[in-house]
Design a protein around this ligand. Structure first.
Ligand SMILES: [Zn+2]
Length: 265
């Protein structure tokens, strides 16, 4: 059996917001049009396919196809006013998997890094996957009611944090028990946020999700606009920065970094 996994970086849509959503400036974040175009930032909404010797995993889901025709209803009035979004034809997670000849019932697990809409909107497109994982602290600390509409009919298995050799708290989950895919507890942006550390052929690939929105986030210690605990968020940034400098790390990738293009590791 191979001693590495393959990672496909996919962009499952785009998101435009006020830059203070990505790089903390103030306590409340303005809506996308409030401060004018010079403050707007357009970024990808990423999803990842991991081909592990024991099965296919999808990390985060990007935008649902409903956003093309029925965005107000899908997002809800508040979020609809707050951001701009786009999902080009062929770019939903389901469509991109199909183009790789992978049907959704061939997905062994969908792992959600945290329960924000841009990470879970596309979940129903993958409802035929075998399992749905989210960390127990993320599950327990979120206001389920407001988000339920995005995961209706999906049965999450919240996983308990276990000791692992990586992360600011050395807690998470060795997904297959073989040291190839670690779910790493990196809280701060949300209570149970996880990053995903994958052993690729050339070395480690660290998918940091929203610990930071770009490389400068961990290099310059810039918090994301939304945090539930700044000290924990700084600890997560510091760990990402430290880990990213190891010689055996191939790439450290934020979900919404404009510099990251779709690729395979
Ligand atoms: Zn996000």
């Amino acid at each position: 059996m191979k001693s590495y996994a393959k990672i496909h970086v996919m962009h499952a849509g785009e998101l435009t917001y006020d830059q203070s959503l990505a790089f903390k400036e103030m306590d409340s974040i303005p809506a996308v049009h409030q401060r004018g175009p010079e403050y707007q930032q357009k970024v990808p909404v990423s999803s990842y396919l991991i081909e592990h010797p024991k099965g296919n995993i999808v990390i985060d889901t990007g935008w649902h196809e409903d956003i093309r025709t029925n965005p107000k209803e899908h997002l809800g009035e508040d979020i609809y006013q707050f951001i701009e979004y786009k999902l080009p034809e062929g770019k939903s997670v389901r469509e991109q998997l199909a183009s790789k000849n992978i049907q959704t019932d061939q997905i062994d697990a969908v792992v959600i890094t945290h329960l924000d809409v841009d990470h879970i909107s596309g979940l129903p497109l993958l409802k035929n996957a075998k399992r749905f994982l989210v960390s127990a602290p993320e599950w327990e600390n979120n206001q389920h009611e407001s988000k339920e509409k995005w995961y209706k009919g999906i049965e999450f298995e919240p996983f308990q944090l276990e000791p692992i050799p990586f992360g600011p708290h050395q807690l998470g989950k060795d997904l297959f028990g073989d040291g190839l895919v670690y779910l790493v507890y990196t809280p701060g942006h949300t209570a149970g946020h996880i990053s995903v550390l994958v052993r690729a052929e050339a070395g480690w690939v660290l998918l940091v999700s929203d610990v930071g929105y770009a490389e400068k986030s961990w290099k310059e210690k810039i918090l994301p606009g939304n945090t539930v605990n700044d000290e924990l968020a700084y600890q997560s940034l510091r760990w990402v920065n430290e880990f990213s400098q190891r010689n055996d790390v191939v790439a450290t990738i934020a979900n919404h970094d404009t510099k990251i293009k779709p690729t395979v590791f």
